[in-house]
Design a protein around this ligand. Structure first.
Ligand SMILES: C[S@@+](CC[C@H](N)C(=O)[O-])C[C@H]1O[C@@H](n2cnc3c(N)ncnc32)[C@H](O)[C@@H]1O
Length: 461
């Protein structure tokens, strides 16, 4: 392994990456997930969130007095014109709130504050599109369209009926509604979901003579109903498929990380994109591919479709301009080596396939077959960010962790070693004292990102 060669990619062009919502150049330079460094201690909250799949559509006719007045579709308010500002919520994996806040701040967004598993901010419509394109850590970008106190399921119906959905979609679009709740006193979330859907469909049928069909698989429009103890919020989902789906992953390997969690780990680890990065349990290559995109300034959404493209009045020319601008800023060279290895040849084949689909040439990330216990870096010290195997099999293999730790202590002096694991006893298995433990969820798994500084003293002792 060497870091002396400049690294090239198959990607597109020359300049530094751009930022969303028109911040100045200085803000742009601070933009990427990995540079979102101001990561403080994160809060862990364990409120239950119950997400329900929408039930089969069942129409309940509303009372006549609840009907909104008929309005001709031609008088729809145009969206996003003249600086209309939207209240936005971007959910993220739990534990990445601070990092997402820092990312959105660096992107130039205003009105930021952290919420449970996400961040609130304000943006004009262009800013909403750019948040989808540029955020590496968000899972979705949700625009708040209605918010009110609710005491009964019928209040949800009324709220949905008085929300001007016709600005965004109509009978020509298909629809999906999802509901989640924290501490909501409502009896049945399925019924709440149905009430929201009925309210939306009734309004559109009254205004436009027909209602959208429900499509739970590939809907054109998605609405999220969020309930808490006293209120309901209706969000328009502008992302469509979750934002961690960048479009390059076909090959999954064993227990792959979601792409936005991988980017979040790099942010929590405070990886410097000009320094080497190793992942000795790289699996399908998620951490290193995310790292390459961060270092090159490839916007994570550059090659995928978004939900907003299928909404009414989508300005495809404006969107194309935003993407053109983003593409023109992608760098062509990496400053430092990105090196992955895995004991399983199938994982390495998957990583290579993913690298290719991520439009990265073979010299951007070096993937090799190898046992982490025997890998010796031959570049200057940098970062290890890795997601080793977990589960009963590993807990029973008592020799594995001391052997890997021995390699770290002997051959990684000066490296910052960041390990995500659901095994909260990992530091004692490694006999290493972590400098920090970041609580973070990998899906439903309560994990820690353990940060170890490999200093010479540790090896001597
Ligand atoms: C949890 S998975 C990593 C998934 C990866 N982060 C991704 O997103 O695809 C753990 C990986 O460790 C690999 N592995 C298990 N034992 C190993 C060893 N001794 N040396 C290197 N890799 C090993 C497995 O093959 C597996 O791909």
């Amino acid at each position: 392994m060497t870091d002396s060669k400049p690294r090239k990619t198959l990607t597109l062009s020359k300049k530094a990456p751009s930022a969303a919502n028109g911040p100045d150049d200085e803000t742009r330079r601070k933009r990427s997930g990995a540079r979102a460094r101001r990561v403080a201690q994160v809060h862990r909250e364990h409120e239950k969130e119950a997400a329900v799949a929408p039930p089969a559509p069942k129409h309940r006719p509303p009372s006549p007095e609840a009907r909104p007045p008929r309005r001709p579709a031609a008088k729809r308010q145009p969206r996003g014109g003249r600086g209309e500002i939207f209240t936005v919520f971007a959910p993220c994996p739990q534990g990445l709130e601070e990092a997402l806040y820092a990312e959105l701040q660096a992107l130039g967004y205003q009105g930021l504050h952290k919420g449970r598993a996400g961040c609130h901010f304000e943006a004009d419509w262009t800013g909403v599109l750019k948040a989808n394109l540029y955020s590496r850590l968000a899972t979705r970008v949700l625009v708040r369209l209605a918010h009110a106190p609710v005491r009964h399921e019928d209040d949800i119906l009324a709220l949905a009926r008085e929300t001007p959905w016709e600005r965004w979609f109509g009978p020509e679009q298909t629809l999906r509604v999802d509901t989640s709740a924290i501490r909501s006193p409502m009896q049945s979330l399925q019924y709440c979901n149905l009430r929201a859907k009925d309210g939306i469909c009734d309004r559109l049928r009254d205004l436009e003579g027909a209602r959208p069909d429900i499509d739970t698989v590939r809907p054109d429009a998605r609405v999220h109903l969020f309930l808490d103890e006293h209120t309901a919020t209706l969000y328009l989902d502008t992302s469509g498929e979750s934002l961690f789906k960048r479009g390059w992953r076909l090959e999954k390997g064993e227990a792959p990380l979601r792409e936005n969690l991988a980017a979040g780990l790099l942010a929590l680890a405070e990886w410097d994109p000009s320094r080497p990065l190793l992942d000795p349990f790289c699996g399908s290559g998620t951490i290193l591919i995310e790292a390459a995109w961060i270092a090159l300034g490839v916007p994570p959404g550059i090659w995928r479709p978004f939900g907003f493209e299928r909404l009414r009045d989508h300005d495809s020319r404006h969107w194309r301009d935003i993407k053109e601008d983003a593409r023109s800023r992608i760098a062509t060279r990496l400053d430092a080596p990105l090196i992955g290895s895995d004991i399983d040849p199938r994982a390495i084949a998957a990583a290579e396939g993913n690298r290719e689909r991520a439009m990265l040439s073979p010299d951007t990330i070096q993937f090799t077959i190898g046992d982490a216990r025997g890998r010796v870096p031959d570049c200057e010290p940098g970062w290890v960010v890795t997601n080793p195997p977990y589960g009963e099999r590993m807990e029973e293999d008592a020799a594995f962790w001391p052997e890997w730790a021995e390699n770290l202590k002997r051959n990684h002096v000066g490296w910052k070693v960041n390990v995500i694991s659901s095994d909260l006893d990992l530091p004692s298995r490694l006999r290493l004292k972590p400098k920090r433990r970041h609580p973070v969820y990998n899906g439903a798994l309560d994990c820690r990102l353990f940060v170890f500084d490999m200093v010479e003293k540790q090896y001597r002792s």
